[in-house]
Design a protein around this ligand. Structure first.
Ligand SMILES: C[S@@+](CC[C@H](N)C(=O)[O-])C[C@H]1O[C@@H](n2cnc3c(N)ncnc32)[C@H](O)[C@@H]1O
Length: 273
């Protein structure tokens, strides 16, 4: 049964259920197109539609990496690229409310794209920066899509190389110490909660400022990386108290020059033994 007019290609069987569409959530790595895994290449090779979530112009370089991944690994002759424009989070709202509203709008847009642009039996891929399992909302949005029940989806996730792994590789370090815990958190949480007792190693992502400065004088080393895997990559490592001001300056200058900055860092408590 064809449902709706025009380009809507959703079909519904006699029980009112749509046949499942295969949706691949593909991690493309956190920078260098060389981070795209063999499994991701294979998945993209069998894709009919790629949904690209466009996060605006400011992070142009990230869009360029995505374009390169598309050009290199997606069979252009038979695959359609569909851009879904992302909405922006309302800064006037309380953070949690803004995120909730923002997610709702994004679910709507994704659902619309899947209904309007994909035919039954086709495979769709969504490209995700880094790894889909780490500080990325795509899998939550897809979960919400499934709960809404308008489209039956068979979802597969292809893991990607995350910014954490690139940070460790570029500094040539292990993120954890032998048998110890590793906390992964955000700049906001670090600023508000500090480092819990018993934790000596903390990886921080999504730091819009310089949350590491809140640990001045607390005996930490820092391994910092910005634009990891990208041509402008910057790495700094050393005792936090000695290098924090330099990192803050470098970060501010990079943001002023390029309009955006992505940085990830490990804070490691120095032990006296
Ligand atoms: C929304 S999270 C996405 C994380 C991603 N899913 C991953 O696996 O790395 C964005 C944050 O990841 C970190 N990040 C992602 N790519 C990065 C890169 N190339 N260099 C430095 N940090 C990066 C930054 O902390 C940035 O604020």
């Amino acid at each position: 049964v064809g449902r709706g007019a025009g380009h809507c290609r959703l079909t519904v069987d006699e029980r009112g259920v749509t046949p499942a569409r295969r949706l691949l959530v593909v991690g493309i790595g956190a920078g260098d197109p060389g981070f795209v895994t063999a499994q991701a290449v294979e998945a993209l090779g069998g894709t009919d539609v790629v949904l690209v979530i466009d996060k605006g112009e400011e992070k142009d370089e990230l869009a360029a990496v995505r374009r390169e991944v598309l050009a290199r690994f997606v069979p252009q002759e038979r695959c359609r690229i569909v851009t879904v424009h992302d909405t922006v989070r309302d800064p006037a709202l309380r953070y949690e409310d803004a995120v909730e509203r923002w997610h709702g709008e994004r679910v709507e847009r994704l659902e619309r794209a899947l209904l309007d642009e994909v035919t039954d039996g086709e495979t769709t891929a969504i490209l995700v920066w880094g790894d889909p399992g780490l500080y990325d909302s795509t899998l939550r949005l897809v979960g919400e899509l499934r709960r809404r029940g308008r489209i039956a989806l068979e979802v597969e996730v292809v893991p990607g190389i995350s910014s954490l792994q690139v940070l460790a590789a570029q500094h040539g370090i292990a993120l954890n110490q032998v048998g110890r815990s590793l906390l992964v958190t955000t700049g906001r949480r670090l600023r508000e909660d500090g480092v819990p007792s018993g934790i000596d190693d903390v990886v921080v992502v999504l730091d819009g400022g310089t949350a590491f400065t809140t640990l001045a004088g607390a005996g930490f080393d820092i391994y910092w990386g910005a634009y990891l895997g990208l041509p402008d990559e910057v790495l700094v490592a050393g005792p936090l108290d000695e290098v924090a001001a330099g990192i803050a300056e470098t970060k501010a200058a990079a943001r002023a020059r390029k309009g955006w900055v992505f940085d990830t860092y490990l804070l490691r408590r120095r032990t006296t033994s």
